[in-house]
Write a protein that binds this ligand. Structure first.
Ligand SMILES: *Cc1c(COP(=O)(O)O)cnc(C)c1O
Length: 377
């Protein structure tokens, strides 16, 4: 029985051409023409002037926080409903993450709780040093409200668009809203460089500084001289070749992922107790992963784990929604503001296979298996 993965890499066919070019010119390292082209094409795609290709989304976020001036003891606000990599770089810098609950509409950072939290810390004389926003599963967060708060309290907004390349908000591409924004090209994301990320900003000083920090912070001297601590965070010219070919097909990938979502909603939407992540007007999601919520009061005893195990027995991978960070053992001492919206999503939700290479036959097979659980009882 073949395996149906949650979100496997999907090559376009042109990746090897750009890798071959790198081999033919022996531009294996350092950096090189694929990196330059990939950065320029990515920046064009999101509507900015420049981008920096990096080894991962996590390293991009690490550099973003450094450039926002985050250091030991600082407060950095982060949604609780996200992947741990959104918060880990805060801890790398010995700053303190503060987690905030989701709002029901988009499942992302709740602006009301955000403002209460900012006020709380300002009153204590500890104004947050940065706010990280995340567009979970590709769904834009409430950007208008959040950006107004960032402006009002003069706190830099760092946009974690790791899952959201191809999404947009009021017609503007995600990845272009932060003072600094980041994207991930990890193997499970909508496009991949086999492993990589990018940092984006409209500020040329930030772009220049990111390139400097990401390549060992070498001073402008004829020998190795360093006035700052650097990192080895750049993307290789080989991986950038993969990224370049992937970026050429991003719009197709978004179409396929959105078609997966539509298929699932049509097939499963009438099952008792099942609902989907909303897409409000002017919000456009790349639908990176299709997620369902299951209301236990209406679902005839079916719950996310029951579906997950049933699919697993059929060699179909599905996964619980993100376990909120304030419930993670490693973050048990981190302050949390909010109620139980994110907890509810975690308890009731399941991510379904969402790869852009899924066939209609695969989708039908998955849906039939889910439906069979409902019809049995
Ligand atoms: C994947 C992801 C990251 C980290 O990206 P990597 O490239 O895997 O380091 C950060 N934030 C979110 C929300 C992610 O989904």
């Amino acid at each position: 029985m073949k395996k149906i993965w949650l979100s496997p890499p999907h090559m376009s066919g042109k990746e090897l051409k750009y890798i071959q070019e790198a081999f033919d010119s022996n531009w294996i390292a350092p950096l090189g023409p694929n990196v330059d082209a990939f950065e320029q094409e990515l920046a064009n795609y999101v509507g900015l002037n420049n981008a920096v290709a990096l080894s991962s989304g996590t390293s991009a976020l690490h550099l973003a926080l450094i450039m926002a001036g985050v250091g030991p003891g600082d407060i950095v606000i982060c949604p609780t409903f996200t992947f741990a990599a959104s918060a880990n770089p805060i801890v790398y810098l010995k700053a303190t993450p503060v987690f905030i609950d989701s709002e029901n509409l988009t499942w992302n950072l709740c602006p009301d709780i955000l403002e209460k939290t900012i006020k709380h810390y300002i009153k204590k004389g500890k104004k947050p040093k940065a706010i990280i926003g995340v567009h979970i599963y590709g769904m834009p967060m409430q950007l208008n409200e959040t950006l107004l708060l960032c402006e009002k309290y003069e706190i830099p907004f760092i946009e974690d668009a790791a899952e959201a390349l191809g999404s947009s908000y009021n017609g503007k591409k995600l990845g272009s809203f932060g003072k600094i924004s980041i994207i991930s090209f990890n193997g499970n994301k909508i496009i991949t460089t086999s492993g990589g990320g990018a940092l984006l900003s409209n500020d040329p000083i930030i772009i220049k500084k990111a390139k400097f920090l990401a390549s060992q912070a070498k001073d402008d001297a004829p020998y190795y001289q360093h006035s700052e601590i650097g990192y080895n965070y750049r993307l290789s010219n080989i991986c950038a070749g993969i990224g370049k070919a992937q970026l050429e097909v991003i719009d197709n990938r978004v179409k396929s992922r959105r078609a997966n979502f539509d298929f699932y909603r049509k097939e499963l939407g009438s099952l008792s107790g099942i609902s989907f992540q909303n897409e409000p007007p002017d919000f456009f999601s790349n639908r990176w992963l299709t997620c369902i919520l299951i209301d236990p009061k209406l679902s005839e005893g079916v719950n996310p784990d029951k579906i997950r195990l049933h699919l697993e027995a059929k060699n179909i991978e599905s996964r619980h929604l993100w376990k909120p960070l304030h419930l993670q053992p490693v973050f048990k001492d981190v302050p949390y503001f909010g109620g139980n919206v994110a907890e509810g999503l975690f308890e009731r939700g399941l991510c379904l296979p969402s790869g852009s290479s899924l066939s209609e036959e695969d989708l039908l097979f998955i849906c039939e298996n889910i439906k069979s659980l409902f019809h049995k009882s």
